[in-house]
Structures are given as C-alpha cells and as structure tokens.
Ligand binder design. Structure first.
Ligand code: FRU
Length: 505
C-alpha cells in the first residue's frame, strides 16, 4: 500500500499499478534522485495546477525499495529566480557547503528558468537548495543562482557527483548541442573544465538535455575493465517521428572531460521504444549495494500533453539496474528491472509452452493484467518472424505485437492497433531495435513487464529494450498468443502475476 494518498483509490482508467505516477497533476522528468538514510528519493518535474506542462515545481516521493512510494509535499516551488527545471541531488557527506554544521544533508542542484528583465529573453541559470531533515523541508540558498552563462539560451539539467580521484564535485550539464563539465569544491562556485559533443558526436536530432555520467565495470569487472557512460537525452523535433529519445556514449572521464571510445558518428540508443525519456540514475547508492539505478519518464514530448488520462498525466518507467557488457561490437548497456519488483509477485505463476508452425498462432497464457513474464523462443531456418500478440482488452480488434524479424534480428513493437491512439497521429506506430547477438543462434529471450498503460520489453538479458505506452480499453486480463511465420518455432513462457502497489494484500 502506498502511503500518503488519503482514500484516493488510484483506480482510474490507465492508472499505472506498478509504476510511479503523481496523485494528480502533470509530471515529466525524474529529478534529484538520491539515496539517503534508508530512503530512495524521487523528485520530478511537476505542475500541480493542471495536466499539461506548466510552471515547473519539484514534486517529491520517497520509498524504501523503489516500488512502494510515499507521496510527500512539493519540495521546490518557483521563486524570484524562476521556475524549477530538472536537476540532481547529492548527499553532502563532508559538509563542503557549510549548510549542515559539520554534519551531512541533501543538496539539490537544479535549473531555474525565467525571463531576463534586461533583454526580455528566456534565461536558464543553476541554483541550490538544501535540506537537513531528510528532504522533508528545503531552503533556497541565498546566493542563488550559483552558475549562469548569459550567452547560452539552453543551459540546463545539472547532474552533480563527487569525483574522488580529484576530490572535487563535478557538474555535467547540457548546453543546446553539447555537454559541459564544471568543477567545484563547495557546490557554490563552479569552474568550466571541458565540453563534449558539438563536433558531431552522436545524434543531434534535437536539443541535448538531461545528461548523466557514471562509471561501471564491464562484464561485472571480470577483466578489471571499467568504462564511463554519458547519457544524453535529445529533445523532440516536429519533423521526426521518434520524438524525444535518449542516447548514450561509452568512454573515459578524467575529472574534467569525457572522451568517446567510439567514432563520433556511432549512435547508441538507450531504449528503442518511444516512452523512456530524460532518465538519469540515483546518487549515493551505498557501496555495498553497488548498483547503478536508473529511472526514466515514461512518455514522449511528441504527445506527452495529449495522452488519454484525466486527473493526472505522466508515469515513470520501472526502475532499472544498468550494467555494461562487451557485445563483440563494443561495450554496451544492459538494463534489468530492479530485483525489488519481485516483492509484488503473487502466487499465480503460469508456466506454458507451445510448438508452432508457419502461420499458426496459439493461446499461450490468459491471466491477470499486471504481469512480469519471461519467454524463450527457438526457431528453425525457414522461420521469418516470431512473436507474441498481447490482448489487453475485450476488443478483438485491439492488440499489441512484440515480434522478431529473424533475418534482420530486428525486435519490434507494433502498437498500431493497441487501443486508444487517436490523441496524436504518430502514436500508432511500429518501431524496432537491432539485437546485438550473433546471427545464426536462432534463440530469443524476452522479459516483459506489463501494466495498465505500458509494456516494457527487455530482450536477451536487457541488451535491447523497448518501453512503450499503450492505452487498451481497460480490463483486468491479458490474453497472450504466440505466432510464427514460415518454418517452425517453440516458445516456453513463465508469467507471474503482480499485485498492485495500491493493493492492501
Ligand atoms: C526534458 C526537459 C528538461 C527541462 C525540463 C522542463 O524533458 O525539457 O530539459 O529541464 O524538461 O520541464
């Protein structure tokens, strides 16, 4: 049961039952995620007075496990320096700021957005707020803003971390078409140390936003190898169908500057679905845990203001653990739903298998609609396509298909007939991810999490991910069929029903 929601029942049509969503109002990016004294904090871009993007605040929730969330009052509200855009939070363990009388506390570093009274132009500057009571109350720093670059119109979304080798704070921040790196001793005064990206690195299909930078072992540290990952979200551009999406770079970082391991033109997408944007990772996860934990905003600027919900709009992805592995083509990210999600498993487990031949489709599972499942496919040479058809509504004409073109190894999600899609002409679509697995193995492993308005697909141990919103006519059951085109295939599946985070079971 999620505390702090009075007697609201959170049962509106499409209300996520496994994912975080605000009780009411508009939500976009996750912000300020930090772990401190047994709590995972999640702040988020929030407009409390409507269900479309508006003057931004930081909403706030805490959780012992990233699954059950307790809603807390708004943490940061607009002030004389502007509205509160995206940013991060850190634990200031050594009181480098002097805010905590020698103890520790939380410091939020975020963008304030306003209009420059002198020029009448939009302005984005970086500010601090701090809390000595585990994030329950926040004080705006009297010296705000702490960092401004007047020549930059887009200068936002600071992600800050402590870089031990140089014993300094590092800020990674987006500046239209590149990322900047700053250093500081006290979080208050910042010095530019480097920049990355505007020499044609990666995708520039949209404005760069919401960066993150962290180090991870490759293949669990087997060969002692570690790499730095730079995450960069790229904004919506009206002439491209994909809308907003997130790329990442793999390379090295020396405390001042990031160096890309790959040729500039290599583009690595974090998620091949349409609905995982502005995601970043938690700060200050204890060393003995050691995970790099990520959450994204499960929507897309293409249509985020139009999705068919009433009282609230916006949800987060399932929290995920990020790992690096060597794919043979280079070092790449894998994503795994956090293990804490297993707490929601009910006793109903459906184990099934089927053998199919060309043109056949067979009912695999019919069960409750909140689901964590795994399926393994194997096929023979003549097979051209395999997949799962998900029916999440009574309507025979509604289905979402997750399939694989076995010749190209393209894993696709087809939501052209997935339910309500009339709110935007580009919502009904099919898109795909290339599996970076050796050709010729003829095996596919899928893990899928299904909620009331989303499907998250993690293929081959999270090496390809598709996160998609879908809006089927509400019903509590899923009917899942397997199909094969050409040749023969077998599928084995195990589906575990999950209980709602709002259930009292
Ligand atoms: C990304 C973003 C950020 C900005 C925030 C405003 O979705 O555009 O760059 O800080 O949303 O809400």
């Amino acid at each position: 049961m999620v505390e702090g929601q009075g007697n609201r029942n959170f049962q509106e049509p499409y209300r996520p039952q496994l994912h975080f969503s605000p009780a009411a109002g508009w939500m976009n990016d996750p912000n300020g995620m930090v772990y401190y004294e047994g709590e995972y904090h999640l702040f988020y871009q929030y407009y409390p007075d409507g269900t479309r993007w508006g003057p931004m605040h930081w909403g706030h929730a805490v959780s012992p496990d990233m699954v059950q969330w307790k809603h807390l009052p708004i943490a940061l509200a607009p002030d004389e320096h502007g509205t509160i855009f995206s940013g991060s939070a850190v634990v200031d363990w050594r009181d480098t700021t002097g805010f905590f009388r020698g103890g520790s506390g939380l410091v939020a570093i975020f963008t304030q957005h306003d209009t420059d009274p002198g020029t009448g132009k939009q302005r984005q500057r970086q500010s601090l707020a701090y809390s000595s009571d585990k994030g329950r109350t926040w004080t705006m720093y009297a010296g705000n803003p702490v960092l401004s670059e007047p020549e930059l119109a887009d200068f936002r979304d600071p992600k800050v971390f402590w870089y031990e080798p140089k014993r300094q704070w590092v800020m990674v921040i987006s500046a239209a078409d590149h990322i900047r790196f700053y250093r500081s001793d006290d979080l208050k005064s910042w010095e530019l140390t480097g920049q990355f990206g505007n020499d044609g690195q990666g995708s520039h299909d949209g404005v760069w936003e919401c960066p993150d930078l962290f180090e991870l072992p490759v293949d669990g540290g087997a060969a002692g190898l570690k790499k730095w990952v730079l995450i960069v979200s790229i904004g919506e551009r009206p002439d491209l169908p994909e809308g907003s999406r997130t790329q990442y770079f793999v390379g090295s970082f020396d405390g001042d500057m990031f160096h890309n391991d790959n040729p500039a033109e290599t583009v690595l997408w974090l998620d091949a679905g349409r609905d995982n944007y502005a995601g970043v990772t938690w700060s200050d996860i204890p060393e003995e845990d050691g995970r790099r934990l990520f959450i994204g905003w499960m929507s897309n600027w293409k249509y985020a203001n139009l999705t068919p919900t009433d009282k609230w709009r916006g949800a987060m992805t399932i929290p995920r653990e990020l790992r690096l592995y060597d794919s043979g083509q280079g070092v790449r990210l894998r994503q795994f739903p956090v293990r804490e999600l297993e707490e929601l498993r009910k006793s109903a487990v459906h184990v099934t298998s089927a053998a199919l031949r060309d043109g056949e489709r067979k009912l695999l599972i019919e069960c409750g609609g909140l689901l964590d499942m795994e399926a393994q496919f194997e096929w023979d040479e003549g097979t051209s396509e395999i997949g799962l058809i998900l029916r999440m509504s009574e309507s025979e004409s509604e289905e979402t298909v997750i399939g694989l073109d076995t010749a190209t190894l393209r894993l696709f999600a087809d939501r052209t007939r997935s339910g309500d899609s009339g709110f935007h002409p580009l919502f009904a679509c099919r898109h795909d991810a290339v599996l970076e697995e050796p050709a010729g193995e003829r095996k596919l492993k899928l893990r899928m999490i299904m909620d009331r308005c989303s499907v998250e697909v993690f293929a081959n141990d999270g090496s390809a991910v598709i996160t998609d919103l879908v809006f089927p006519l509400a019903r509590d059951k899923i009917r899942m069929e397997a199909y094969v085109n050409g040749g023969r295939a077998t599928v084995q599946a195990e589906a575990i029903e999950l209980q709602s985070i709002y259930s009292t079971e």
